[in-house]
Design a protein around this ligand. Structure first.
Ligand code: ADP
Ligand code: MG
Length: 236
């Protein structure tokens, strides 16, 4: 796997983040700690508005925490200039969003190849790798389709392939199955698990679905700005 460093794939220490709303201040994250081991799969739960997306944005360096630090692959992300953060992101992280965020004017294969192209890989070898991965997610007949020509479930499978194509140390997924029916949601989770296992990628996924939570190694709940361990829901 690409995370050569020992220690956590992703680590947040004493993270705090708030927003100004008029003259009041809304505290969203407050002294939050999280350590994600290489290959570990963690579900994050919490009611709407509890700060799950804010947390993922801070972990990705897409939003700057007010205090605390984030490290990825053993390297400090917090405090770096935007360019350096972007380089660390593209080297160590993959993302899956609730809405797929695929580039509409590119084919499925081109979308999956994009992270490899950004890292300087040739078009030919990037497309070859993308094709192999799309085959694994059951989309070998859809390589040239554009996102608008795919079903919701197919688009999310493309998004999962894209997030994992460069074997990142960690994938962050924000309600990746929120718009899908049960069968498609199951399939997305199976793919996330399968692909992450073969690349040693850690997975941090926000989901409301207790069945899907049970497929993770552990689940945590975001409450009062911090993460609390959640008991196993075996049997649900
Ligand atoms: P979740 O993903 O758990 O539903 P969010 O992280 O999206 O929650 O939002 C947490 C809280 O922070 C919400 O109350 C939301 O209104 C507020 N919030 C999120 N982003 C901003 C922002 N850019 N400016 C002001 N408030 C924000
Ligand atoms: Mg959210």
């Amino acid at each position: 796997m690409s995370n050569g460093a020992n220690g956590p794939a992703l680590e947040a220490i004493d993270l705090s983040k708030g927003f100004h709303q008029g003259d009041t201040r809304l505290t969203v994250l407050s002294g939050l700690n999280l350590s994600v081991q290489p290959g570990e799969r963690i579900a994050i739960l919490g009611p709407s508005g509890s700060g799950k997306s804010t947390l993922l944005h801070c972990l990705a360096g897409l939003d700057e925490p007010d205090a605390g630090t984030v490290s990825v692959g053993g390297q400090r992300l917090t405090g770096l200039v935007a360019d350096a953060q972007a380089r660390l992101r593209s080297r160590y992280m993959g993302f899956v969003y609730q809405a797929h965020h695929l580039l509409p004017e590119f084919s499925a294969a081109e979308n999956v190849a994009m992270p490899l192209r950004i890292r300087g890989q040739s078009q030919r070898s990037a497309i070859a790798e993308a094709t192999t991965l799309l085959d694994r997610v059951g989309l070998s007949e859809r390589l040239r389709h554009r996102p608008a020509q795919l079903s919701g479930g197919e688009r999310q499978r493309v998004a999962v392939a894209r997030a994992l194509v460069n074997r990142p140390a960690v994938v962050l997924a924000d309600e990746p199955t929120g718009n899908l029916d049960r069968d498609n949601a199951d399939r997305i989770f199976r793919l996330l698990i399968e692909l992450s296992e073969s690349s040693g990628t850690a997975v941090l996924v926000v989901t409301h679905d207790p069945t899907l939570c049970n497929r993770m190694h552990r689940s945590v709940e975001l409450r009062g700005g911090a993460l609390q361990a959640r008991p196993d829901l075996a049997g649900t």
